[in-house]
Design a binder for this molecule. Structure first.
Ligand SMILES: Nc1ncnc2c1ncn2[C@@H]1O[C@H](COP(=O)(O)OP(=O)(O)O)[C@@H](O)[C@H]1O
Ligand SMILES: [Mg+2]
Length: 292
């Protein structure tokens, strides 16, 4: 059983000399709910998840599983207990979901693969309604659920998903989120995204990555406490924008017809501006700005 995965000072340098990950140390445990790895495109999310899924090795640093170095825990054992959904994956379009999952199960687990497991994963992801439809006629969301089901075939303890909600419509997204929430009650679930609201809606813990570094990591409510009373909102006309930008640390700007609604951050109290309740979005932009 995997209860805890810890990364210590992970670095990844690609062959072309580019360092995609710098000094990454995180510890994730069972029972934290879905953990969101949030960061802009190119931040290093896929690279980090590939290392955690042992698709390729890190350049330096180490991975500890339940407190033991990965090699000591056993690489095969670890892989057997891990389910990894890549950002892009292929399916055989001529097969139906049931056939596809059945074949994958057989391919990986041989004769020992239990048909009941196939039924279970199809039920978990609501695939039964379309289990006999060729994948060529399934929507992106349906295929995404088949992909997630594929990763659960071996009943892993640790579920790693790279941008699992990208390309889903709002209803499909909601369905997938519900399943992930349920799964996270008994498994470790780590997923990546560049969409703040996905983390906001799904996670109590966020890990924010930017330019290959972790810039924030913790419970969202606790991280927000740190900036409580330091976020303000000001509504102004377009022509005053520059002045505001020059005076304050601007987090983000929202267009409101004639006016602009600007959220600013300040460590010192700003008496003439309206204080607002900070959100994950504020935290994110603040982190990114300070990480530049
Ligand atoms: N094989 C590779 N060789 C060189 N650079 C790479 C390779 N794979 C990814 N990168 C670079 O590493 C950075 C992080 O990429 P990636 O992990 O895919 O980011 P994300 O998933 O957050 O969008 C990007 O700048 C990307 O161009
Ligand atoms: Mg990616």
């Amino acid at each position: 059983m995997i209860d805890e995965v810890k990364l210590e000072r992970i670095e990844k340098r690609f062959r072309n000399g580019f360092t995609a990950l710098k000094n990454i140390s995180i510890c994730i445990k069972r029972g934290e709910g879905p953990i969101g790895l949030l960061g802009p495109n190119g931040a290093g999310k896929t690279t980090l998840l590939r290392i955690i899924a042992t698709v390729f090795p890190q350049t330096s640093g180490r991975i500890l599983v339940n407190g033991s170095p990965l090699e000591k825990f056993g690489l095969n054992e670890y892989r057997r207990r891990t389910g990894y959904l890549p950002q892009r994956f292929g399916v055989y379009k001529t097969l139906t979901p049931e056939e596809f999952l059945g074949r994958i199960g057989y391919l990986y687990y041989g004769k020992g693969f239990e048909k009941s497991r196939l039924k279970d994963v199809m039920e978990i992801f609501g695939i039964e309604d379309y289990k006999n439809r060729p994948l060529s006629r399934c929507s992106g969301g349906m295929i995404q659920r088949v992909g997630m089901a594929m990763c659960l075939l071996n009943d892993p303890d640790f579920f790693i998903l790279d941008e699992p909600f990208t390309g889903l419509d709002p209803i499909e997204r909601l369905k997938a989120m519900k399943v992930i929430t349920k799964i996270s009650r008994e498994k470790i679930v780590l997923f990546s995204t560049h969409i703040i609201s996905e983390v906001q809606n799904l996670c109590s813990r966020v890990i924010i990555i930017h330019r290959g570094r972790i810039i924030m990591d913790g419970r969202i409510d606790e991280l927000l406490k740190n900036i409580e009373g330091k976020v303000y909102e000001v509504t102004t006309s377009h022509k005053n924008m520059e002045e505001i930008e020059g005076r304050y640390e601007v987090l983000r700007i929202k267009n409101e017809g004639e006016n602009m609604c600007i959220r600013v951050y300040s460590d010192l109290p700003l008496k003439n501006l309206k204080q607002v309740i900070p959100t994950l979005e504020d935290l994110y932009y603040l982190g990114i700005k300070h990480g530049e």
